[in-house]
Design a protein around this ligand. Structure first.
Ligand SMILES: [Zn+2]
Length: 584
């Protein structure tokens, strides 16, 4: 009996080990299987081995492969102002905190950019095999929310909850994966109050009339991230300084309640947290005081992130974020797009006219740290690029499925021998992998990731789907089919890591893109059909002036007509006047 219990204990240990150390598991477990003392232990152990090799070590091997290529991921650290090799503190595990939105209105393009930039990072880290705990907060208690709620007569928490939901809808549209945790301030009052207490106990905060302030003088390296020097901060120049502050740069950790504002009980009286403390408290709660990546928009460096560092260090001396990452602004006519300047577009305003995938394509077309200028032309080009990708994939799928139906054993020779891909296809796949990896490990340089080798792969698909339609030798036909299948998979892998592969069929995506093109052209499908019909009858009557005019009018609106035999089909295009203005 004792022997059996021991065997089970060993098996349980294997399973634990399998999840923690999958790569070392195989070498350790195989010999022990030979020594194996009990038959019950065998299947359990084998299952543990199997699941480890199946899931975890596949991820580990990807990470090892990336390391073996001697090209580890390098990211720009705003703290050291240089690109650094990314090495998380825990092996294979990453803790990442990104500042989210203050939910009092629809989110604008700048919010979309930050979310997409860190979603690309999240997806790439997952692809490299890391287990990532990704935390992105919602600020649901704030001056702006209270002000807006007073205007609309709504409860502030109801108002912010409504806009949190709208934000999540935008995020789903933009194919941003849900973070592991999306904490809200109103749900974390205890953690926030505990941290403020800790800061006061450590003599870095002081209470005045129910307000609690952070004493910046108590932190020796205040300004380490932003480079701001305390003596240079003449806060009183622009805003009247609260005379109760010991130093003009001191900031609020807790604000005493004002009439009509939401408030919570605390040892300093009724009140609510200042803005900065929530991120220190929530990041520590979900990721501990030491974690790998803290991200956000570049405008958060000062004062928000500087104050976060000060608070976290005041609460826990050992607190440390290894990599600070910041995305650039979105500009409009080269001016920062912001709510205060009134020159912003909401994500919703853009996705009414452009497919969310086109918006995402546009957002990743610049390096995440560079400023990105909003431009209708670039959105048009992004739409066109996405249409081309999915048209290519659709053609490939159509061609492959017609061959699969005709020859179900496609991909294998009669004797089960695997068909080799064409040498060109092999080169194309290796080129795409290398190009993609080289760009991504270089501080996530997505700006040209869909050009070069990616375009070569699409070209390969287009050329070979056409070639397949012509008569081919059986052996070459099999090789083309195998090549197309493998390149299609590589292209989809790249799209998936970039968040450009939604769970829809290519044909559904093409339909949606066409729907948006019709909205931009201010035409219904029926109106377009009538125009196409009108042109077809003009064509039959050889009234070429009229056929040309209808085609030109539609092209100017972003609808391209193509005559295929006697039939006329259409696809979206960059409206012609805009195309003329495209930079060469
Ligand atoms: Zn924050």
């Amino acid at each position: 009996m004792l022997k059996w219990t021991r065997a089970h204990r060993i098996a349980a240990k294997f399973i634990r080990y399998a999840s923690e150390q999958p790569l070392r598991l195989i070498s350790k477990t195989l010999p022990s299987l030979e020594v194996g003392s009990c038959w019950t232990c065998y299947p359990v152990t084998i299952e543990a081995l199997w699941s480890a090799s199946d899931r975890k070590s596949e991820r580990d091997s990807r990470r090892c492969l990336a390391m073996a290529n001697k090209k580890e991921l390098r990211v720009y650290n705003s703290m050291t102002q240089q690109k650094e090799v990314f090495r998380p503190a825990g092996e294979g595990k990453v803790g990442m905190y990104v500042c989210g939105v203050t939910a009092y209105d629809f989110s604008h393009l700048g919010h979309g950019r930050a979310a997409v930039a860190f979603d690309v990072l999240y997806r790439y880290l997952l692809h490299l095999g890391y287990e990532v705990i990704y935390v992105r907060n919602f600020t649901d208690v704030d001056d702006k929310i209270i002000r807006r709620a007073n205007e609309t007569g709504e409860n502030p928490l109801d108002l912010s909850n409504r806009f949190c939901q709208e934000y999540l809808t935008d995020m789903a549209d933009l194919q941003c994966l849900p973070p592991t945790h999306q904490p809200r301030v109103s749900d974390h009052m205890e953690q926030i109050k505990d941290m403020i207490t800790q800061i006061i106990d450590n003599d870095c905060g002081y209470v005045v009339d129910g307000d609690v302030f952070f004493a910046v003088d108590k932190i020796s390296n205040y300004g380490c991230l932003s480079g701001q020097k305390l003596e240079n901060q003449r806060a009183g120049e622009r805003v009247a300084v609260d005379s109760r502050k010991r130093n003009p740069a001191d900031f609020a950790l807790w604000k005493a309640a004002k009439p009509g504002e939401p408030s919570w009980e605390s040892s300093w009286g009724l009140g609510r947290p200042g803005w900065h403390i929530e991120c220190s408290a929530m990041s520590a709660h979900y990721l501990s005081f030491k974690f790998d990546i803290h991200g956000g928009g570049i405008d958060l460096i000062f004062p928000h992130h500087e104050n976060e560092i000060a608070q976290s260090r005041a609460a826990c001396q050992e607190s440390c974020v290894s990599h600070w990452m910041h995305n650039g602004h979105v500009t409009n006519n080269n001016e920062k797009m912001s709510k205060s300047l009134g020159n912003f577009f909401t994500i919703r305003q853009i996705t009414e006219r452009y497919h969310p995938l086109a918006l995402r394509h546009f957002l990743i077309s610049a390096h995440y740290r560079s400023p990105l200028n909003y431009s209708v032309l670039q959105l048009e080009s992004a739409s066109e690029a996405v249409y081309y990708i999915y048209q290519t994939l659709q053609d490939c799928e159509d061609t492959l499925s017609s061959f699969r139906e005709a020859t179900p054993s496609e991909g294998t020779e009669p004797k089960g021998k695997t068909v080799r891909v064409l040498p060109d296809a092999d080169k194309c796949i290796k080129g795409l992998r290398k190009d993609f990896h080289d760009k991504m490990v270089d501080d996530l340089n997505t700006s040209h990731v869909l050009t070069g080798a990616f375009q070569d792969a699409l070209k390969f698909i287009n050329n070979h789907t056409n070639a397949l339609k012509k008569k081919q030798q059986k052996q070459r036909q099999s090789a083309i089919i195998q090549s197309l299948s493998e390149i299609e998979k590589e292209v989809k892998d790249v799209l998936d890591i970039l968040g450009l592969l939604p769970p829809l069929t290519s044909s559904e995506i093409l339909q949606q893109l066409k729907g948006k093109a019709l909205i931009r052209a201010d035409l219904t499908e029926e109106q377009l059909s009538c125009l196409i019909e009108e042109r077809s009858s003009a064509r039959r009557e050889k009234d070429f002036a009229k056929t040309d005019r209808i085609r030109a009018d539609l092209t100017a609106k972003g609808i391209a007509l193509m005559d295929v035999g006697t039939e006329t089909i259409w696809r979206p295009c960059v409206p012609v006047e805009q195309e003329e203005k495209l930079p060469s």
